[in-house]
Design a protein around this ligand. Structure first.
Ligand code: NAD
Length: 396
């Protein structure tokens, strides 16, 4: 099959197996070219196939020689449809892990369900014994509650009042004003149910009840804070409220785990181009402005650099993990540098359709967006036939 990108808004409905594989290998190479870390040995990553979760799995496996279980919701190829990018990423990861002699397993299914939790725990018990690091990196638009069957949908909306700001169509470069109506009480409740901490808590409770966690296990979930430009739609909006719930959950989990030497953290990460962040209005334009400056200043990082730093400079160091006044790990420190943010704010004021390619790295944004699906990767001839059916080694 000749596989080309087919995009609709912030969704690309095709993915390229070879392009995805090359990029996974690049992340592995990055980790292997840096000092090894001693830390996790048996790692569970929930939301492991793309973005921050995939990077967490790669750093665990290739940075610390850890055995890993990845849980994710991706689709295999079927008929004229390619598999999803996360499927191809995971296939490449599993092959590389097997070649490196690491134990690694994939579970594809709904992480919010009781079935997938039970299946994962059975696998842990039979293959790994106990887990000492649980990374929770699920980003999803909906969740079916495992006990009540209620279907929750998350929305990305401000709270209280209409929010108006600039946004960009990153395919065309058109900069427009977007006005987003505030969320209703019910939309807020549902967003917290999807992106808050309830499911993370359920995972840890289930793992603990099954005696599948080491006494000193660590767990971490990810958050974003970002600058004031995005606050109304992110930090102070529905997603921010869900993330506050995630932070409360981290504190609860820390209390739950600490008596035996365990730990729970939130890590606040940098804004990066992922399938989830491209869906948030305003954010792609902000990221484009940010990237232009960070690339010029040599401080730009992707998911793999961020997570390598999280593991080596925060989670697995001698002594206590440094946290901010809310108890959160900050690896968004380079993004949030005040001088840098002042420069971003200046660019933001001036931004129009006419100057967007000069003032921001919108082209880089678009390249990274298609890169998420394995397109635009150097050395790959996209005119050639590719086999869309790719098996995942050790799919359980
Ligand atoms: P992503 O879209 O790249 O990855 C989401 C992962 O969740 C995928 O592996 C997907 O398969 C999995 N998933 C989704 N629904 C699932 C389900 N029902 N069952 C099992 N797996 C499921 O997202 P990302 O941007 O890497 O986000 C991961 C976390 O990092 C989120 O908590 C997000 O808020 C946070 N974060 C993201 C950014 C950013 O800019 N992208 C910045 C800081 C923090």
């Amino acid at each position: 099959m000749i596989i080309q990108p087919k995009s609709r808004g912030f969704i690309c409905t095709t993915a390229h197996p070879l392009g995805c594989a090359v990029q996974v290998q690049e992340q592995i190479n990055y980790v292997k070219s840096h000092p090894q870390l001693s830390g996790p040995k048996n790692v569970l990553v929930v939301g492991a196939s793309t973005g921050y979760g995939l990077a967490s799995r790669i750093v665990s496996a290739f940075g610390a020689n850890a055995n890993t279980i990845g849980v994710y919701f991706d689709k295999a190829a079927e008929g004229a449809r390619t598999a999803s990018a996360g499927w191809y990423n995971s296939a490449a990861f599993e092959t590389a892990a097997a070649e490196a002699g690491l134990k690694s397993y994939s579970i594809v299914g709904d992480a919010f369900s009781n079935e997938i939790k039970a299946k994962t725990i059975d696998l842990i018990k039979s293959e790994l014994g106990k887990i000492d690091l649980v990374v929770y990196s699920v980003a999803s638009p909906r969740r079916v509650h495992p006990d009540t069957g209620e279907v929750f949908s998350s929305v990305i909306k401000p709270l209280g009042e209409v929010y108006t700001n600039k946004t960009v169509n990153f395919h065309t470069g058109e900069v427009t004003e977007v006005a987003i109506e505030p969320a209703t009480e019910d939309e807020l409740r549902q967003t917290i149910a999807v992106m808050g901490g309830e499911d993370w808590q359920m995972w840890i409770d289930a793992l603990q009840a099954a005696d599948a966690l080491t006494a000193d296990a660590t767990t971490v979930a990810y958050n974003y804070i970002g600058p004031s430009i995005t606050h109304a739609v992110y930090r102070d909006g529905t997603i921010g409220a869900a993330k506050n719930h995630l932070l409360e959950t981290a504190h609860n989990l820390n209390d739950q785990l600490k008596s035996t030497g365990g730990r729970a953290f939130i890590s606040v990460n940098k804004a990066l181009v992922t399938q989830s962040s491209s869906a948030i209005p305003v954010v792609p334009l902000y990221i484009s402005a940010l990237y232009k400056l960070m690339k010029e200043q040599g401080t730009h990082e992707g998911c793999i650099e961020q997570i390598y730093r999280l593991f080596t400079e925060r989670l697995y160091i001698d002594g206590a993990t440094p946290v901010d006044e809310d108890g959160q790990i900050r690896i968004d420190d380079l993004e949030m540098n005040p001088e840098l943010q002042a420069e971003v704010a200046k660019i933001w004021e001036a931004l129009t359709t006419e100057n967007v390619y000069d003032l921001t790295d919108l082209e880089g944004y678009r390249d990274e967006f298609f890169g998420l699906f394995g397109f635009g990767v150097e050395g790959i001839n996209y005119e050639l036939d590719s086999e869309p059916n790719v098996d995942i080694h050790n799919l359980k």
